[in-house]
Design a protein around this ligand. Structure first.
Ligand SMILES: NC(=O)c1ccc[n+]([C@@H]2O[C@H](COP(=O)([O-])OP(=O)(O)OC[C@H]3O[C@@H](n4cnc5c(N)ncnc54)[C@H](O)[C@@H]3O)[C@@H](O)[C@H]2O)c1
Length: 375
């Protein structure tokens, strides 16, 4: 077994705590080759830092990310901070000679994403970006079916991620609802990486895009008795042309903060003339596949618990968010150690930059009300 990988977190909020959870049950991975532990945490807020005191492996708690980066103990740094801070902190991590597990959207805009991708390349460090849902069994099966080309001529693809809590106008504003901290791309920065991961990995990169973007509530309670502006795009429908096997196929990327009843619904649908596949986290263990024989049929299969990395969890159980997050981390550290062995990998810096090319073209498309070529 290799030496234990020591991990530091910058940004101990919602996602920083999820990483502590994944690393805290690392033993769930069965015969996994890379031991790892959470060693240090940086957050500006004392309350957030204090939460990590209950994690026995954490030796360093600090409000200054430079102090964390100066620690020779730390091998890999996961950064989960607001989007306007991505570029500066990611570059600091690389400068310090650490490997980087970045959060999406990998910079606040295309310029930042390209600068981070270039710095990652120049540094020679191992850098990947977070996107966990493709590690669910149903998503993996859909990916395999598409990759093996068992669907005939492709008719259309839908890849989406829907939320609904913003339907409530009384939900207070936060940094994700303001351009200065979330980015002009708004919901595309929040949810978009999750929708492009599998299509991009299949080589399905858009040639052109027509975007419909919506801002639904323009202000929200500021939590102090007043109202604050809410100026990011809430919902985005990106209608893209993707060349697959010599034909242009319509691929729709859907990102919505206001989708009635959808609490955290990631879905992928790929339809062809000979077969089709649909998977949604709404039914986390269920895969739907289409067959065209003498008669046409949709079949429903309950897959059970089979991630790319074996775990001690019983095969009949159903997977959820913490499980795909653990699988994503297993993939990150396996690939870093050269032990991915053909399994599904995390988003690369190049793919992350490509997602920003799509989102920048989408912004232009919405403004000009026409389809825009994607570089
Ligand atoms: N992969 C996913 O499913 C997923 C889900 C939600 C958010 N995210 C991404 O994770 C990142 C963080 O989102 P979140 O929901 O955890 O946000 P959050 O607001 O819950 O947490 C961010 C934390 O960063 C801290 N912080 C801010 N500036 C800092 C600095 N200079 N140094 C150290 N700490 C600092 C804040 O105090 C806060 O605790 C974003 O990039 C977001 O898009 C990913």
């Amino acid at each position: 077994m290799s030496a234990k990988v020591k991990i530091g977190i910058i940004g101990g909020g919602l996602m920083g705590r999820e990483v502590a959870s994944a690393l805290g049950r690392w033993f769930v991975l069965d015969n996994y080759p890379v031991p790892a532990e959470l060693t240090a945490v940086c957050d500006l807020a004392e309350k957030q830092r204090e939460w990590f005191r209950q994690v026995p492996t954490v030796k360093l708690l600090t409000a200054d990310h430079r102090e964390l980066l100066a620690s020779p103990e730390i091998d890999v740094v996961y950064v989960a901070v607001p989007h306007h801070l991505h570029e500066a902190i990611y570059l600091d991590v690389l400068q310090a000679g650490k490997d980087l597990f970045a959060e999406k959207p990998f910079g606040i805009d295309l310029k930042a994403a390209r600068s981070i991708a270039a710095a990652a390349e120049a540094s020679g460090r191992f850098v990947r970006c977070s996107s966990e849902f493709p590690f669910l069994p149903g998503a993996q099966r859909a990916y395999q079916i598409a990759r093996e080309g068992r669907l005939g001529k492709l008719l259309e693809v839908r890849s989406g991620f829907h939320h609904s809590s913003d339907l409530d106008p009384a939900k207070p504003v936060n940094w994700k609802r303001q351009v200065k901290t979330c980015g002009e791309i708004g919901v595309m920065g929040d949810l978009g990486m999750h929708t492009v991961h599998v299509p991009f990995r299949l080589g399905w990169k858009p040639k052109r895009v027509y975007a419909q973007l919506q801002k639904i509530y323009h202000e929200r309670p500021d939590g102090k008795g007043g109202m604050a502006p809410c100026d990011t795009w809430d919902n985005a429908m990106l209608h893209a042309d993707v060349e697959i096997d010599g034909a242009d196929v319509p691929v729709r990327f859907e990102m919505k903060r206001l989708a009635p009843g959808e609490t955290n619904t990631w879905f992928l649908e790929i339809l062809g003339t000979d077969g089709g596949v649909k998977y949604s986290t709404r039914e986390p263990k269920t895969l739907r596949t289409f067959q065209r024989g003498k008669e046409q049929s949709w079949q429903r299969t309950d897959l059970g618990f089979h991630g790319p990395f074996p775990t001690i969890t019983g095969a009949i159980f159903e997977p959820g968010f913490p499980d795909c997050f653990l699988q994503m981390w297993a993939s990150f550290l396996a690939e870093r150690a050269g032990k991915l062995d053909g399994r599904f990998g995390c988003i690369t810096p190049g793919e992350a930059a490509s997602s920003h090319e799509l989102f920048a073209a989408a912004l232009q498309s919405h403004t000009e009300k026409r389809a825009i070529s994607v570089n």
